[in-house]
Unconditional design. Structure first.
Length: 766
C-alpha cells in the first residue's frame, strides 16, 4: 500500500512543489479526500495514473509503501492501479461516438480452480507482493539480464580501452581507425597470450612510427544483386542484359488481338489488371459498372492476354527489376572511391583526373540503363510485335576507367610495400602484446556471460511455458460478450430502465490457420435499437461509472491486490442517482487492497463517512489551498473533525454559531462573520419549521400571528438579512453589541418555535 506521498514536483500549478507534512496521518486501506472544485483534487488523482505507468512530462514524485520502500517516477510500482477520472472516460468510453473499448471479465465463480491456478502462476512469474523475498521468475530473469549487461559492458570497456592503447602505440591512421570492433576481431584470433619484454616493446613501437601511408584496396568492378544472389562483373552483366533485352524485344506472342487494346497501351494495362482483380475476388459483375460480365468479352480478353503473353511480360519485368536494382548500385560506387588524401601526394593529380573521367562515363552508363528500362516497359504493351533494340549498353569503357584508377592505387601500394612488411610485423606483435594484457579477464568474462546466457534461456523457456498456460486458462474463463451482458445488467439497475444498452462491435481476424473468426473490438451504446445520441450528463456519468466498475473485474486487474482511485464519480447526478452511485462504488471497492476517493459533494462525503465510520482502516483528508507569494499551492491536511462528525451542513453551522457566540471578545473582527452563518442557520430552520414555500419575511409574519415575540423576530430578520449583504458603508461599531444580543435571541426563538428540535440539535452539537 501507499502510505505517504513524500514529494511532488511539476504536477500542474497547485502541486508544483509539494512535500508531505510530518504531522499528517499516513494513508490507510481506505482514504477519503475532500475539497472544493478547483482546489487540486483532479490534479492529485492524476498522480496515481503516473504511479501506474502513465507518462506525465517533467513530473517528479516520491511515494513510500508500508515497508518503507520508496518509489520515484522511473520506478515500477508493484501494485496495479486503476483510476476513474475524466482521463479514464476519454480513453475508454467514447461518449460523443456512443461507443467504448471492450472488456474481458474473469468468470471466477464458474472456474474457481482455474482462477486460483492463474493467480498462482502469476505469482511464480511476477512474485508475491506480500513476500518481497520471492521476486518471481520475470524479476529473476531481469536480474540475470542486468548481470549479463554489466559483464558485457565490462568486456566492452576492456576492448574500448585496449583499442585506444593499441591505436596510440601503433600511431598514424591507426590512432583514429583502430577501435573496439578491430580489437575484438584481433582478439578472436589469439590462441594464447604472448607479452613482449620491455626492450622488444620499445623496438617494435619505434618501427610503427615510420612515415608511410597504408595500402588502399583496389576498386571492385563487381556488383552483387540480391535478386540473383550472385556477384557480377559489370561488363559481363550489361553484355548479358543487352543480349537478353534484344531477344525479348524481338520475341512475339500469338493472340487474338483487340485493336483498341493494341493501340492504347495504358488501356491494355488497366484491363489486364482488372482481369486479375476479378479473378482474385471471383467477381461475376464488373466491379466498375456493376453490370454482368459478358461471357464472350471474357473469352476475348483471355485470348488477347494469353499465357504466352503473360510469360513474355514476366520475363521482361524480371530484366527490368535487375536493371532497376543495379542502377543505385552503380550510383553508390561513386561514393565508395578512396579519399584522395589517402594517396601519396605525387599520385593525387592523376587520380583526381581519372576519377572525373570515371564519373562522366558512369553518368552515361546510368542514362543508358534508364533508356533500356523505357524500351522494356514499352515492350510490355507490344507483345504481339517484334521490336528492334535501340539501346545497347557497353560497360567496357567504365571498366577501363576503373582499371586506370586501380593502376594509380597499385603504384601507391607498391611504394608502401617497400617498408610495409616490417611495419606490419611490428604492428602485429604490438597488438598481440596489448591484447594479451586483457586475455585472462576477457576469457573469465566470456565464461560468465556464457553461463548467464544459459541461465537466462532456461528462465525464458520456463516463463514462456507458464505464460502459455496462463493464456490458455484465461481463454477458458474470460468473455468479452459476458462483460457486455454484465454492463447492461448493471446499467439497467443503475438507471432503472433498459432504454440504454451496450451491443458488442464485431470484427473479423484470421487465426494461425488462415481461417476468419469473430472478435469483439468494442461496444456500441444503443438507445431504442439505434446508436445513442444526445446523452444527458447524468447518463454519460452513469455509463462511464458502470463501465469502470465492470472494468475492475477484467483479467488484467485483481481488485484484492490492486489500488482503486475514484475522482468525483457523482458530479452530474441528481439526489436519487447519488445513492445508486454510492452503492455501486461501495460494492466495487470493498475488497480492494487500497482505495482513494476524491469528492467535493457534501452529501456523498457523508454517505462515505457513515459507511466507513465503524469499518476501521480509514483515513480522512482535505485538500486546501494557500498562496506562496503570488502562486496558489495545494496541501493535503487531516479532514476537519466537524466534517466527519456532523450529519449535515446545518448541524455544522449550528455548532459553529454556538462556538462563535462563545468566542466574542468585543472586537469587530470576531463579530463581523457571524451574520452570514446566522442567516444560513435561520434560513434552514425556517425551511422545515414553517414549510409553506413562502419568503422568510412572510414566514415570520405567520410566526408573529401565532403569538411569537414580534420584536425578536424583527431584530433577527434585520440582522440576518441586512448584515449579511454589502451595505456600502464602513464598519459599524454597533455591530458588536447587536451581535451578542441578536444571536442570543435567535437561539431563544428557535427554542420557542421548535423546542424538541432545538434540544436535539443543541445536545448533538455540544
Amino acid at each position: 500500500m501507499i502510505v505517504r506521498i513524500n514529494k511532488i514536483k511539476n504536477l500542474g500549478l497547485v502541486f508544483c512543489d509539494y512535500a508531505w507534512d510530518a504531522a499528517l496521518p499516513v494513508f490507510q486501506k481506505f482514504n477519503l479526500i475532500y475539497g472544493w472544485n478547483g482546489c487540486g483534487k483532479t490534479t492529485l488523482a492524476r498522480l496515481f495514473d503516473a504511479i501506474g505507468g502513465t507518462t506525465i512530462e517533467d513530473l517528479e514524485y516520491e511515494i513510500e509503501d508500508g515497508q518503507g520502500v520508496k518509489y520515484k517516477q522511473q520506478d515500477a510500482f508493484p501494485q496495479k492501479i486503476r483510476v476513474f477520472n475524466q482521463d479514464y472516460v476519454q480513453n475508454n468510453v467514447k461518449l460523443l461516438e456512443s461507443r467504448t473499448n471492450s472488456i474481458s471479465i474473469s468468470l471466477g465463480k464458474e472456474n474457481k480452480e482455474l482462477v486460483e491456478k492463474i493467480e498462482s502462476d502469476k505469482k511464480i512469474l511476477q512474485g508475491d507482493p506480500a513476500d518481497l523475498k520471492k521476486p518471481g521468475k520475470i524479476a529473476l530473469r531481469a536480474k540475470l539480464v542486468e548481470d549479463i549487461e554489466k559483464k558485457t559492458s565490462a568486456r566492452n570497456g576492456k576492448f574500448t580501452d585496449i583499442a585506444k592503447t593499441i591505436g596510440a602505440a601503433i600511431g598514424g591512421n591507426a590512432l583514429r581507425d583502430y577501435r573496439k570492433p578491430q580489437a575484438e576481431k584481433d582478439f578472436a584470433g589469439l590462441a594464447a597470450k604472448s607479452e613482449l619484454s620491455d626492450d622488444d616493446l620499445k623496438k617494435y613501437s619505434f618501427s610503427t612510427k615510420q612515415d608511410s601511408l597504408p595500402v588502399i584496396d583496389l576498386i571492385s568492378q563487381n556488383i552483387t544483386l540480391s535478386s540473383d544472389g550472385g556477384e557480377f562483373n559489370i561488363v559481363v552483366f550489361f553484355k548479358s542484359a543487352s543480349d537478353e533485352a534484344e531477344s525479348l524485344l524481338l520475341k512475339t506472342v500469338e493472340s487474338e488481338t483487340i485493336s483498341r487494346l493494341a493501340s492504347n497501351g495504358d488501356i491494355a494495362a488497366w484491363v489486364e489488371q482488372g482481369i486479375h482483380l476479378h479473378k482474385k475476388h471471383s467477381s461475376k459483375n464488373c466491379e466498375y459498372c456493376l453490370q454482368k460480365l459478358p461471357v464472350a468479352r471474357v473469352e476475348q480478353l483471355a485470348k488477347h492476354f494469353n499465357e504466352a503473353d503473360k510469360k513474355l511480360k514476366e520475363s521482361v519485368q524480371s530484366l527490368i527489376t535487375k536493371l532497376r536494382e543495379i542502377y543505385p548500385l552503380i550510383q553508390m560506387q561513386a561514393t565508395q572511391l578512396p579519399d584522395i588524401a589517402r594517396l601519396y601526394e605525387e599520385y593525387r593529380t592523376d587520380f583526381e583526373r581519372k576519377r572525373e573521367e570515371l564519373a562522366t562515363t558512369r553518368a552515361e552508363l546510368l542514362k543508358y540503363i534508364l533508356a533500356l528500362i523505357k524500351e522494356l516497359e514499352d515492350k510490355k504493351t507490344k507483345t504481339t510485335e517484334g521490336v528492334n533494340l535501340k539501346t545497347i549498353i557497353d560497360a567496357s569503357l567504365c571498366s577501363s576507367r576503373i582499371n586506370e584508377l586501380n593502376q594509380v592505387i597499385s603504384r601507391h601500394n607498391q611504394k608502401t610495400a617497400a617498408f610495409d612488411d616490417v611495419k606490419k610485423d611490428a604492428i602485429k606483435r604490438l597488438k598481440v602484446h596489448y591484447l594479451s594484457t586483457i586475455f585472462d579477464d576477457v576469457k573469465s568474462l566470456d565464461a560468465d556471460v556464457l553461463k548467464l546466457g544459459g541461465d537466462i534461456q532456461v528462465l525464458k523457456n520456463e516463463i514462456s511455458g507458464i505464460e502459455s498456460i496462463i493464456i490458455q486458462n484465461l481463454a477458458q474463463i474470460s468473455s468479452k460478450h459476458k462483460a457486455c451482458e454484465l454492463i447492461n445488467e448493471k446499467l439497467t439497475t443503475f438507471l432503472g430502465h433498459q432504454e440504454l444498452t451496450f451491443v458488442p462491435q464485431i470484427d473479423k481476424e484470421a487465426d494461425s490457420d488462415g481461417f476468419e473468426k469473430e472478435i469483439v473490438v468494442g461496444y456500441q451504446i444503443m438507445r431504442g435499437g439505434k446508436p445513442a445520441a444526445h446523452l444527458s450528463e447524468s447518463e454519460k456519468t452513469a455509463i462511464a461509472f458502470v463501465y469502470f466498475v465492470v472494468h475492475l473485474g477484467d483479467q488484467d486487474f485483481q481488485v484484492s491486490d490492486g489500488i482503486v482511485v475514484i475522482d468525483d464519480p457523482i458530479s452530474s447526478f441528481d439526489s436519487n442517482s447519488l445513492y445508486q452511485a454510492f452503492s455501486f462504488l461501495k460494492n466495487a471497492v470493498k475488497d480492494a487492497r487500497q482505495v482513494f476517493i476524491f469528492t467535493h459533494n457534501f452529501d456523498f462525503l457523508k454517505l462515505v463517512i457513515n459507511w466507513r465510520r465503524h469499518g476501521g482502516g480509514s483515513g480522512y483528508y482535505m485538500i486546501k489551498n494557500h498562496f506562496d507569494g503570488d502562486v496558489r499551492c495545494a496541501r493535503l491536511e487531516k479532514m476537519d473533525k466537524e466534517l466527519c462528525e456532523y450529519e449535515s451542513e446545518y448541524h455544522y453551522l449550528f455548532k459553529l454559531l454556538k462556538m462563535m457566540r462563545a468566542d466574542q471578545d468585543g472586537s469587530i473582527a470576531k463579530a463581523y462573520p457571524i451574520p452570514n452563518v446566522a442567516r444560513k442557520v435561520w434560513d434552514t430552520f425556517l425551511m422545515f419549521s414553517v414549510p409553506n414555500g413562502k419568503t422568510n419575511y412572510k414566514k415570520m409574519e405567520e410566526l408573529k400571528a401565532a403569538g411569537h415575540d414580534e420584536q425578536k423576530l424583527d431584530a433577527i430578520y434585520k440582522f440576518t438579512n441586512d448584515q449579511s449583504h454589502i451595505t456600502g458603508a464602513g464598519f459599524n461599531p454597533a455591530l458588536v453589541p447587536e451581535t451578542k444580543k441578536v444571536v442570543k435571541e435567535l437561539l431563544e426563538m428557535m427554542d420557542a418555535i421548535a423546542p424538541q428540535h432545538f434540544k436535539a440539535i443543541d445536545t448533538a452539537t455540544n
